[in-house]
Design a protein around this ligand. Structure first.
Ligand SMILES: C[S@@+](CC[C@H](N)C(=O)[O-])C[C@H]1O[C@@H](n2cnc3c(N)ncnc32)[C@H](O)[C@@H]1O
Length: 344
């Protein structure tokens, strides 16, 4: 099934499925984020009575929730006992290496903001006074986002580090790079490389913690800074590689063009600027899920959007750069846009 087909609503059955999907979504959200059901079952089956006591759920609530999760085949039921399905055990247990639990905490935050979707469409953004928390500067969201970005990014980072020759690089800067998934993978692929992750305060705390855990604290450095601030912060200089991964869709064209110019200025002659993001086609409607994802940019960010390759190329051109190559790995939805700086 193509991405287009996946989101298309062509019959009343699809329309009804979509209309009811909030039930499943919220069932899973509360199970993961509020009652930690799957993590509690990580060690083996437990009865609904045990889970009710441990989670503080009511009898009625616990039984309905556990049966609904069983109906979704995320739990298996035997009498009064429930156990995780293999998929839940792998992806919905907090301590699993393939856990997606932090991502669900982030989705919960996005969902709070999606309640203001009508205002965002009417006014072009959600006004700050309607938000309970700032999407980037709130400390808790910053930490949750950083952990979610690791869950979502580590395999992509690894793939690029294995598929693209990074041996030219000794120093890199990773702009909006928390928690460092890309810097860690690149440093592991190239023993000569040192990275500097620039991000906001609470994501940088997570980066420092993870750099320690990965044994890379001496090679992955951190700078706390607002990369879009005006007047601009100093991004440093003398880098062989500047990475801007999944950051440009957060901002508008002017700020993105300016960040690219400053990233380019931080490079040595011959250094490379790599943008990693999703790319819309010129109709702005494909890939379909990216066109729909632009709704998230509308709601979460004040000026963000999904962008076309022409838009990325235009901002690179303003910085005196042209695209050397683009890379999309099989079965992946993101694009790596590589450009190389000439003599300054
Ligand atoms: C979508 S995440 C991408 C993280 C990482 N680069 C990746 O590809 O997984 C966006 C990152 O940009 C950071 N960010 C957002 N606004 C920023 C700002 N004004 N200054 C510095 N970092 C910012 C966020 O904290 C977050 O780490």
């Amino acid at each position: 099934m193509s991405q287009k087909d996946h989101l298309a609503i062509r019959d009343v059955a699809s329309l009804t499925t979509l209309a009811h999907s909030y039930r499943q979504w919220h069932t899973l959200r509360v199970a993961i984020v509020h009652f930690d059901v799957f993590t509690r079952l990580a060690g083996g089956p437990r009865t609904w009575q045990q889970l009710m006591t441990e989670t503080g759920a009511s009898q009625r609530g616990a039984r309905i929730l556990l049966d609904a999760l069983t109906a979704m085949e995320l739990l298996e039921k035997d009498g009064d006992s429930y156990r995780n399905s293999p998929l839940a055990q792998r992806h919905l247990v907090r301590t699993s290496p393939d856990s997606q639990c932090n991502s669900w905490e982030l989705y919960e935050f996005f969902n709070e903001n999606f309640m203001h979707a009508a205002v965002a469409v009417r006014d072009g953004m959600v006004p700050p006074e309607l938000r309970s928390r700032h999407p980037y500067k709130d400390e808790q969201i910053g930490r949750v986002r950083a952990r979610a970005m690791y869950e979502l990014g580590k395999a992509l980072a690894q793939e690029f580090a294995e598929g693209y020759d990074l041996s030219f690089a000794r120093r890199m800067v990773d702009l909006g790079g928390a928690p460092g998934a890309y810097s860690f993978a690149f440093c592991r692929a190239n023993a000569q490389l040192e990275a500097t992750v620039v991000d906001l305060p609470s994501p940088v705390e997570v980066t420092r913690e993870m750099a320690q855990n990965h044994g890379l604290a001496d090679r992955v450095h951190t700078v706390v800074g607002d990369i879009f601030a005006q007047p601009p912060i100093d991004l440093g200089s003398g880098y062989d590689l500047a990475l801007i991964s999944n950051v440009l869709h957060l901002e508008g064209p002017e700020a993105d063009a300016d960040l690219i110019k400053r990233a380019r200025a931080s490079l040595v002659p011959g250094g490379r600027l790599v943008i990693h993001d999703r790319v819309l086609d010129d109709t702005r409607t494909r890939p379909a899920d990216l066109a729909v994802q632009a709704m998230q940019s509308l709601i979460i960010n004040e000026r963000g959007n999904s962008y076309t390759l022409g838009e990325f190329a235009g901002w690179l051109a303003q910085a005196g750069l042209s695209i050397e190559r683009t890379i999309t790995f099989p079965n992946r939805v993101t694009t790596w846009i590589v450009s190389r700086a000439g003599q300054q």
